[in-house]
Write a protein that binds this ligand. Structure first.
Ligand code: MD6
Ligand code: FE
Length: 214
């Protein structure tokens, strides 16, 4: 086992790209500052589980034309913030460039979901399937303290493994890995860049709609 908690020679599923340390310290600090400035101005929201209304332990915001939201009625993408009714702030240039470099997809992302985990917060095993476009990957950037990322197969009952995601790590879930079940078991407070309000910030870039054919 490596320090990252995984057998070294155990290959990742096809389509899952794990890029540890993809962002250097300067890029991490600038990106965190830029994202938090936009999000603090727009405001965080606390999603709730459809049906039960049970609140998530993670707070969220979005950047881009469309934002992922969850309320009593269900999961969906919305062009406006559910609390303020205002459009989401734009996706920072640095993230658009990262998508161009890594996504292997010829159109820009439409959504950057911003998750903030405070100590004790977690995210249950889920598939990201509220998008219309599944040929685009989801690109995830981790900032702040480290977290245990759990992933399995395309069925909830498939066996799972975990990866330690640290500040500056990038994960791309595309192709056959696009619909893998995954979640965050827990964060490791006190590691990585300090985040105001403590904890971990995760950014996921998504293409939501199918582009029109020229
Ligand atoms: C997180 N990430 O790292 C949660 N989804 O906080 C996700 O749910 C996720 O990392 C799709 C693709 C990559 C991810
Ligand atoms: Fe996800």
């Amino acid at each position: 086992m490596t320090e990252r908690g995984e057998p070294k020679d155990d290959a990742l599923p096809v389509g899952l790209r794990y890029l540890p340390g993809r962002l250097d310290a300067g890029s991490r600090r600038r990106l965190l500052g830029e994202v938090l400035e936009l999000v603090e101005a727009a405001g965080w929201f606390r999603p709730v589980m459809p049906g039960s209304g049970r609140p998530f332990s993670v707070r969220m915001c979005n950047l881009g034309r469309l934002g992922w939201i969850s309320d009593i009625r269900g999961y969906r993408y919305s062009p406006v913030h559910p609390g303020t009714g205002r459009p989401w702030p734009p996706i920072p240039e640095a993230l658009l460039r990262l998508w161009e470099e890594l996504a292997d997809y010829p159109h820009p992302p439409e959504c950057c979901l911003v998750n903030h985990y405070r100590p004790g917060a977690r995210l249950g095993l889920h598939q990201d399937r509220d998008e219309e476009e599944f040929t685009a990957p989801i690109l995830s950037v981790s900032l702040g303290c480290a977290a245990w990322f759990r992933f399995g197969g395309r069925r909830r009952r498939d066996p799972t493994r975990r990866l330690l995601l640290e500040s500056g790590d990038v994960l791309v879930m595309g192709g056959p890995a696009r619909l893998l079940y995954h979640g965050i078991d827990r964060i490791l407070p006190g590691t990585g860049e300090p985040v105001p309000g403590e904890g971990r910030i995760n950014l996921t870039l998504r293409r939501v709609t199918v582009p029109e054919r020229p």
